[in-house]
Ligand binder design. Structure first.
Ligand code: HEM
Ligand code: HEM
Length: 181
């Protein structure tokens, strides 16, 4: 973790990558929780699950590029000095979110594919259903669902941290990701 390069500021591509994938990721996340935890069986729930899976695959496609670009470019140094534990937890959360961008769709696709279900990707193409291999499907969902709760905690820290830097510390953490510094 200590070996990563550090860049001076977020370029346009980094900001576009961050906000586009963040918006799609959050949409898939919220739709997933709503459909699987709160909605009764029916047509609407079925449509939400279809949207969750299709848009999740789009996150993988855009996210693979986004994660590759961050790994290639390295991370930025912190916008201001802060206690070591804050630096470490912010970096840990960034790594967890980067991993989640790949692990969520991949684990969901493994669960679904080997559960014998196809995935229609936003009317663009369809990933055919695989053979039913129960243990592989169980592993896929066994990663997917606990990851959701871990990621929820990480997201609360991430967004809370960004707001804390902006409102309390009044540093450039948020504005430099928005392109205003
Ligand atoms: C960015 C991508 C994704 C995110 C953030 C995400 C997130 C979530 C969340 C929050 C849940 C609810 C967990 C719960 O039950 O409490 C969930 C469940 C689920 N997701 Fe995803 N997901 C993603 C991609 C996918 C993909 C690509 C597929 C399949 C192709 C998929 C299939 C499923 C299924 C089948 C469940 C229900 C699992 C179960 O209850 O056993 N997800 N996902
Ligand atoms: C409203 C929601 C969000 C806000 C306000 C927000 C804010 C920020 C800010 C201000 C930074 C810069 C931190 C720094 O330079 O030290 C950042 C970086 C980052 N954010 Fe977010 N973020 C949000 C959602 C997300 C989501 C949903 C993800 C993951 C899917 C994510 C993943 C990352 C990662 C990995 C970084 C590290 C730099 C990079 O690779 O772009 N963020 N975020």
């Amino acid at each position: 973790m200590g070996q990563v390069k550090q860049v001076q500021n977020y370029d346009v591509l980094s900001r576009l990558n961050h906000w586009l994938v963040a918006a799609l990721f959050l949409a898939v996340f919220v739709v997933g929780f709503a459909a699987f935890e709160f909605m009764p069986d029916g047509e609407t729930r079925g449509a939400m699950i279809g949207l969750h899976k299709g848009l999740g695959v789009v996150v993988l496609i855009l996210g693979a590029w986004r994660v590759f670009y961050r790994l290639k470019q390295g991370f930025l140094a912190e916008a201001s000095t802060m206690p070591r534990w804050q630096e470490v937890s912010a970096k840990l959360v960034h790594w967890l979110l980067l991993a989640g961008i790949i692990l969520f769709p991949v684990s969901g696709m493994i669960g679904s594919h080997f559960g014998g279900r196809e995935v229609a990707v936003m009317g663009l193409f369809t990933i055919p259903a695989g053979p039913k291999v129960e243990w592989l499907s169980t592993i896929g969902y066994g990663v997917h669902v606990p990851l959701a709760y871990l990621t929820l905690a990480a997201l609360l820290l991430h967004v809370g941290g960004a707001l804390k830097h902006h409102i309390i510390d009044k540093d450039a953490t948020l504005t430099r990701m928005l392109g205003r510094s």
